[in-house]
Structures are given as structure tokens and as C-alpha cells.
Design a protein around this ligand. Structure first.
Ligand code: ADP
Ligand code: MG
Length: 317
């Protein structure tokens, strides 16, 4: 598309690349001995955001959700490509989008080295590349029976905000204002992921909901889990709404939190807390891995809590 559009909005110095935007390919020199971690995520208008979404917020979120995948692998962010389709070359929209994008990029030391630009329904597709020492990536298949299950930050805020916006959960506007940033401006837990190398036995980022995403760890690790619902950390404001089943669903099965859910041996509790302290993110133990299959959630009395939804399905009607 318009070449000066790319030059104006998406071309920055890339000291960490041999060659950045402007040629047919970027040229990248990985740090010798490191493995590359590569992931792509796409955001579509109508599916992942509404036409009213702020462009700066979209730039932030589109990169944040990709960085979250690197965080979940314990990878150090290095490079990104950005493919964007937009209905028209709207300069002020692109300026704001690029501001949100590069702010997030600069926070995590990731460089935009290429991409593609086309006219079409607003679609943002990003690929991120990170580095991780051999054998130290946090994979989904390493959880062992007896391991603790941990989460970072607080869970459910993004889904509560979405439920409020969609009119499914009546909230007082002051409370809603407390949960909305989680939906619009998620924080990828990059530092925590890196600090958990060699400590966590498995990890995933919570993009589709706690139960569903933990379910992926269980499936890949061939284990089960028991969770204590009352241990799952939420924003204090969420507690006010937990008598509503919609709100409980938001915590257990709501998407878009981009916190990490990970497992670690009981013997590594102090190491996990130290990693959390180094990276400035709170972590909370919410249950443990079991040898037998299946996932049960217990209420405060130790009784199984029934739940209906386990996560987001983009192909659901
Ligand atoms: P080609 O036709 O060779 O694919 P393009 O005109 O699509 O070239 O892109 C020219 C250069 O600009 C390439 O280096 C490409 O990686 C980069 N580029 C295109 N769109 C973007 C974008 N949205 N963000 C960053 N770089 C981009
Ligand atoms: Mg191209």
C-alpha cells in the first residue's frame, strides 16, 4: 500500500535487527545459543473489538496479547511484524494506533521489523519473536501431580468489564471504571515469565478463560486439577458481584485477562514468590495438580462448584 504511510507510521530505528522495515525481508541475528519463540495473534473488528475502540488502545492491546504469549513461554521479546488491513488510510487513526503500539513495544524492548499493509476490513495481525535459553521455555506439557497451580495478578476483571458493557451484568459505573482497564489496556506479564524460567513446570497465559486455559495445561500434561474458587484472586470490587452467577463465570471462564497461570513444585514456593517480587507482580496459589484426570472447582466449604462454561470458542455461533 502507500509506501509513505509505512514510512511515516511504522518505520523506526531497529538497533536490535540487522535490517528492519523497507526491504523484502527483515534480517535478524538471534543471540548465539538461544532458541526462538514465535507466535501470531490476530484481532478482527466485530470479533475482538468494536468499531468505537480507541486506536491507541488497539495498538496497545494488539501488541500486548502477542507479548503475553511470549510471557507464557518465558521468552524475552525481540522482534515483531505487523500486518494491518484498514478501510482507508486515515492518518490520525494510524498516528494514534502507532502511538499505542510503540509505547507497548518500547516498554518491552521489542522492535517492529516488518509487516504488510492493505485495504480491507480493519484487521490487525501481529507476529512476535522472542528468545529463550534451550530447555528453559515454559511449556504446557510439564505439570506434575502434586504441583501447585498459581496465577498472576487478578482474574476476571476483563470479562466483568465486557459483561458490563454488553449489559449482561449491571454494575455501578464507579465499579465498572475499576475493571475496564483490564479489558482495554491489558498488561502482558513478560518479566514474570522470564523470572519463572527454571522454576515453573508449565505455564499458559489466560486469554480464553481460567478453566479453559488451565484445561490446556492439563490436557498436554495428562493430569487433572483441583481449584479452590475462594482462592482465585479478583479485584476487591469484583467480590461485590460474585453472588451473581454471571460474575462467577467471568472469574472462572472469562477471557482477555492475559495473566499467567502456571504450575510449580511445592518445593519451589519461595522461588516463585521471589520471581514475583523481582517482576513486581503478585502471584497467588489457587489449587494443585492431581494424577487423576478432570478439573474440579471447590467452594469455600470444599464442595464442588458447578460450572457451565469453560472458555471462549471463536467458532461458536
Ligand atoms: P512487499 O511488496 O515486498 O511485501 P510492502 O510494500 O508490502 O513490500 O512493504 C514494504 C516494506 O514495509 C517491507 O519491509 C515490509 O515488511 C514493511 N511493512 C509493510 N507494512 C508494514 C507495517 N504495517 N508495519 C511494519 N512494516 C511494514
Ligand atoms: Mg507486502
Amino acid at each position: 500500500m502507500e509506501f509513505d504511510l509505512i514510512a511515516r507510521h511504522f518505520t523506526r530505528a531497529t538497533p536490535g535487527a540487522v535490517l528492519g522495515v523497507g526491504d523484502d525481508c527483515a534480517l535478524l541475528a538471534p543471540t548465539p545459543g538461544m532458541q526462538l519463540a514465535v507466535s501470531s495473534d490476530m484481532l478482527l473488528e466485530g470479533r475482538h473489538f468494536t468499531p468505537q475502540a480507541s486506536p491507541a488502545g488497539l495498538g496497545h492491546k494488539a501488541l500486548a496479547v502477542n507479548l503475553s504469549d511470549l510471557a507464557a513461554m518465558g521468552a524475552t521479546p525481540r522482534w515483531a511484524t505487523l500486518s494491518i488491513a484498514l478501510p482507508e488510510a486515515d492518518d490520525s487513526w494510524l498516528t494514534a494506533f502507532a502511538r499505542g503500539f510503540f509505547r507497548m513495544a518500547d516498554m518491552h524492548g521489542i522492535e517492529l521489523v516488518g509487516g504488510d499493509t492493505s485495504r480491507g476490513v480493519l484487521t490487525i495481525s501481529i507476529t512476535v519473536i522472542g528468545e529463550v535459553p534451550p530447555g528453559q521455555a515454559l511449556r504446557r506439557d510439564g505439570a506434575q501431580a502434586g504441583d501447585d497451580i498459581w496465577v498472576s495478578g487478578v482474574i476476571g476483571s476483563a470479562a466483568l468489564a465486557l459483561a458490563y458493557r454488553q449489559g449482561r451484568l449491571p454494575m455501578n459505573p464507579i465499579d465498572a471504571a475499576r475493571v475496564l482497564p483490564a479489558l482495554c489496556l491489558p498488561t502482558p506479564r513478560v518479566g514474570l515469565g522470564i523470572a519463572l524460567r527454571g522454576i515453573a513446570s508449565s505455564a499458559i497465559d489466560i486469554s480464553d478463560g481460567l478453566l479453559g486455559d488451565l484445561g490446556h495445561i492439563l490436557e498436554r500434561s495428562r493430569v487433572g486439577a483441583t481449584l479452590e474458587f475462594s482462592a482465585v484472586p479478583t479485584l476487591p470490587v469484583a467480590q461485590t458481584y460474585l453472588h451473581e452467577s454471571v460474575a462467577r463465570d467471568c472469574v472462572l471462564a472469562g477471557g482477555d485477562d492475559y495473566e499467567l497461570c502456571f504450575t510449580a513444585p511445592v518445593s519451589r514456593r519461595d522461588a516463585v514468590q521471589a520471581a514475583a517480587a523481582t517482576s513486581g507482580v503478585a502471584v497467588t496459589r489457587i489449587g494443585h495438580i492431581t494424577a487423576g484426570p478432570g478439573l474440579s472447582v471447590l467452594d469455600a466449604d470444599g464442595q464442588p462448584l458447578p460450572f457451565e462454561h469453560t472458555g471462549h470458542d471463536h467458532f461458536a455461533a
